[in-house]
Write a protein that binds this ligand. Structure first.
Ligand SMILES: [Zn+2]
Length: 118
């Protein structure tokens, strides 16, 4: 995966992470208090794992789920596995990553997973 592309995706991921954090903060005073306690320089530095599970459960589930996907994608960037399918290890097409920067699986694996979980 070329560095420039990964860099671009990383930026996008951090931006959407901040957006989600902001909207969670506006939705929940409890969440706001937690983030204030952490006193992060940057909202994107707050890790969902550091937040109490109960609080996370009380938040908007869709956004929390997205937040976690974004964090997995960021950690895959860190260990150089970004853009490789979590399941089969094949490269995920750039077009797919551009559409969904936090995609962790190629379309084939994703759709077979969706089929089997139904
Ligand atoms: Zn795959």
């Amino acid at each position: 995966m070329d560095e420039k592309f990964v860099e671009k995706m990383k930026k996008l991921l951090l931006e959407s992470k901040e957006d989600i954090m902001r909207s969670l903060i506006s939705e929940s005073r409890e969440f706001e208090a937690i983030v204030e306690d952490m006193d992060p320089k940057d909202l994107a530095d707050v890790a969902a794992d550091d937040i109490d599970k109960k609080t996370l459960e009380a938040l908007n589930a869709t956004e929390v789920k997205r937040l976690k996907l974004i964090e997995s994608a960021l950690s895959r960037i860190k260990n150089g596995r970004y853009g490789l399918c979590m399941r089969c290890g094949k490269k995920i097409p750039k077009a797919r990553l551009e559409a969904i920067p936090y995609a962790l699986m190629c379309i084939d694996c994703k759709s077979s997973e969706e089929r089997s979980s139904k």
